[in-house]
Design a binder for this molecule. Structure first.
Ligand code: NAD
Ligand code: K
Ligand code: MN
Length: 345
């Protein structure tokens, strides 16, 4: 590669404040990576309210021409809005980004650190209840709403394989399958059995990886009491979404936790958090989740040393504890924290 084409989709709310921060962190790497070429792309709820389209075709086309992308966050409303559908949920499906990889790692001695955590949530990213096949009926007993929950062997197998692959490169090499098969024996049963069967299809490749499983409710309980028991947690879409926000509380803030949406041919970094309307526009959003998402994206593309440079700079700023955004108890702005990180890169 002579250049790295990066699509930037800040979308809504604090996405517009933290994605530019991630961009400056990438720029600070200089010649350690192929020359980055950024393209700003539109998507989001605000775009929808202005023109009736949340995910323009041009954005999808531009992403297909890019090497990778960074997505901010969308302000999806909690009430149904006719014609609107979340662009990030759509993009994950359109680009077949079937794995949402969310490392939750505490930085020792950093302010806000509640316990020592080093785990990865591997969330299936294309199905489960997020197929969004919902249906409302008016019956003699009142309204009845139904949703389809799709679990396929194909998607469960490939997310399982991703979890085992990630485990191979970690010291503990331990995979915990999260499910609720005691109640949902057909859907979660298929997920559990398929992931469990992954090693038997891999010619001994995963022989060194240990497997455990945990019902999703007690998994959250144990996550709060003894987070160190987890290494790689693999889960269907909805459980993975919830568990990763919960795990973020253990490391001090949602504003710290990055992710990548990964498929076999494309990777899109994205902070785990949403558009945070409660703090949007104030310049105080924590940029670290997005900056680390940029590092994770680069790592996924094989640029490990540049990714390390970003992560080390973030660790330093956290440990020093002088420049922190309010979510971590500090008084600094997005810009000040970004500048401090960029200086250390
Ligand atoms: P949220 O993640 O936006 O915010 C939850 C809490 O965490 C808020 O108090 C917020 O201020 C805080 N927070 C989040 N990120 C932060 C950061 N970087 N720095 C400092 N504080 C931060 O979740 P929510 O409030 O439930 O959702 C708000 C909107 O975001 C909703 O419209 C929702 O649909 C959307 N959302 C989008 C995505 C996505 O784009 N993938 C993900 C989650 C939520
Ligand atoms: K997000
Ligand atoms: Mn979420």
């Amino acid at each position: 590669r002579s250049k790295l084409r990066i699509g930037l989709i800040p979308a809504d709310g604090i996405g517009r404040e933290v994605i530019p921060a991630a961009r400056t962190a990438i720029e600070a790497l200089g010649s350690d990576i192929p020359k980055p070429e950024f393209t700003n792309l539109l998507a989001g709820f605000e775009l929808f309210t202005r023109g009736g389209v949340a995910l323009p075709e041009e954005t999808v086309e531009a992403l297909r021409e890019s090497d990778c992308a960074l997505f901010g966050s969308v302000s999806s409303p909690s009430k149904k809005v006719t014609g609107y559908s979340s662009p990030i949920v759509a993009l994950r499906k359109i680009l077949d980004l079937y794995a949402n990889i969310r490392p939750v790692v505490s930085v020792a001695d950093a302010p806000g650190e509640k316990s020592s955590v080093d785990l990865i949530v591997v969330r299936e990213n294309t199905e489960c209840l997020y197929v969004k096949q919902e249906n409302l009926e008016f019956t003699e007993n009142g309204k009845e709403a139904r949703a389809t929950r799709l679990i396929t062997e194909r998607a469960s197998h490939r997310i399982g394989r991703m979890a085992f692959e990630l485990a191979l490169n970690r010291p503990r090499k331990h995979v915990t399958i999260i499910h609720k098969s005691n109640v949902l024996s057909v859907t979660d049963g298929l997920f559990r059995e398929t992931v469990r069967a992954v090693p038997s299809t891999a010619n001994g490749r995963y022989d060194g990886v240990t497997i455990a499983e945990q019902l999703v409710d007690s998994a959250v309980y144990r996550l709060f009491r003894e987070p160190h028991i987890y290494d790689v947690m693999v889960a269907p879409n909805l459980y993975g979404d919830i568990i990763s926000d919960a795990a973020a509380a253990l490391v001090g803030s949602l504003g710290l936790v990055p992710s990548v949406n990964a498929g076999d041919n494309f990777v899109m970094g994205e902070p785990v958090h949403g558009s945070a309307p409660d703090i949007a526009g104030q310049g105080i959003a924590n940029p670290i989740a997005s900056i680390r998402s940029a590092a994770l994206m680069l790592r996924h593309l094989g640029y490990h040393q540049p990714a390390d440079r970003i992560d080390k700079a973030v660790d330093e700023v956290l440990r020093e504890g002088q420049l922190l955004t309010p979510d971590l108890g500090g008084k600094s702005s997005t810009q000040e924290v970004t500048d401090a990180i960029v200086k250390r890169i």
